[in-house]
Design a protein around this ligand. Structure first.
Ligand code: NAD
Length: 295
């Protein structure tokens, strides 16, 4: 069993750290927020006073932080002080450039590192059923895999440093675009007098079939477990979808890829957030489409 430092004990990091404790690892956690530290303590982790204190004696350090600037600032503090051969894993969703900088920083200190963003949300974090998309050298990935298996059910090695973040934002760009497409079809069907169930029955077994329709249907009824049946409570908040679409558009600009639908999806979610709906599930974008109809 490993000595693991876990930095960033929020909605995702808290339950992920708890699963490492459950698997028998010795976990030392740190977060800026009292309530997150207390929850991690209640779940069996020890709590350190600073990130630097948390990583003392660690074999593995996991970070689960809001954005690239937080990851780079924490890694800047800890990389020079961790023990030789300590494995660094960043599970946050961040921009590909920052992920590559973080890897470079680790490599300069001869430390193995993996970017390992997740999909599966807070339910997956609690149930240890997350999917991890990993970037890093083969050796670093081979060290990270058994640790990540305590927190997830699918661990994919996508390539070198930053490849995990690249896979994450490409996937979520598909998701953002496809959710808007499904919502547009339901909004058009309503105008044409088509019942939600009839459209679902046809599209879910035809070429319009996709995850946004069959697992996460944005209207109440056809898929009882979708957030539409729970007043569009997340689920996956629209603000997080917007964050990921922004990351995909930053990466498209930097790399010179053409992603016009990704750009349009970003602007639609941006308008939804500005109207005060960032906390709603991202499938609630159907309300925005109904609202702008005819404007
Ligand atoms: P969160 O805001 O609940 O947690 C982030 C935590 O990091 C907070 O508790 C904050 O206090 C802590 N933090 C910030 N700066 C810190 C520092 N310098 N030192 C120590 N702690 C610090 O966010 P979350 O929902 O847990 O998401 C974490 C990451 O996972 C994000 O990058 C997010 O995009 C990604 N993600 C979230 C979900 C989701 O459904 N919530 C799903 C997939 C991926």
């Amino acid at each position: 069993m490993a000595n693991i430092a876990f930095i960033g004990l929020g909605n995702m990091g808290g339950p992920m750290a708890a699963n490492l404790v459950k698997a028998g690892h010795k976990v030392v956690g740190f977060d800026l927020v009292d309530a997150s530290r207390e929850a991690a303590k209640a779940a069996g982790a020890s709590i350190a006073a600073t990130a630097v204190d948390a990583v003392k004696g660690a074999d593995v350090v996991v970070t689960m932080l809001p954005a690239g600037k937080h990851v780079l600032s924490v890694w800047k503090e800890i990389v020079p002080v961790v023990a030789k051969n300590t494995l660094l894993i960043d599970c946050s969703t961040i921009d590909v450039e920052s992920a590559r900088h973080a890897h470079d920083h680790a490599t300069e200190h001869n430390l193995p590192s993996v970017d390992a963003p997740v999909s599966g949300g807070t339910g997956g974090a609690k149930g240890a059923t997350l999917t991890f998309m990993c970037g890093g050298e083969d050796f670093a990935f081979s060290l990270a895999k058994p640790i990540l298996e305590n927190m997830g059910k699918k661990i994919v090695h996508c390539g070198k440093g930053g490849a995990g973040q690249a896979a994450k934002i490409c996937n979520n760009m598909i998701l953002g675009i496809s959710m808007i497409g499904v919502c547009e079809a339901f909004a058009l069907g309503e105008k044409l007098g088509l019942s939600h169930q009839a459209l679902f029955d046809v599209a879910s077994t035809s070429s319009g079939q996709c995850w946004s329709l069959t697992t996460y249907c944005p209207v109440p009824g056809p898929v009882p477990t979708s957030p539409a049946n729970n007043d569009y409570k997340p689920g996956f908040a629209a603000a997080l979808m917007l964050k990921d679409l922004r990351l995909s558009q930053d990466a498209a600009k930097t790399s010179g890829a053409a992603t016009p639908l990704g750009a349009h999806a970003e602007s639609i979610y941006d308008a939804f957030e500005k109207a005060g709906h960032g906390g709603a599930d991202f499938s609630g974008i159907i309300h925005h489409l109904r609202q702008i109809a005819g404007k």
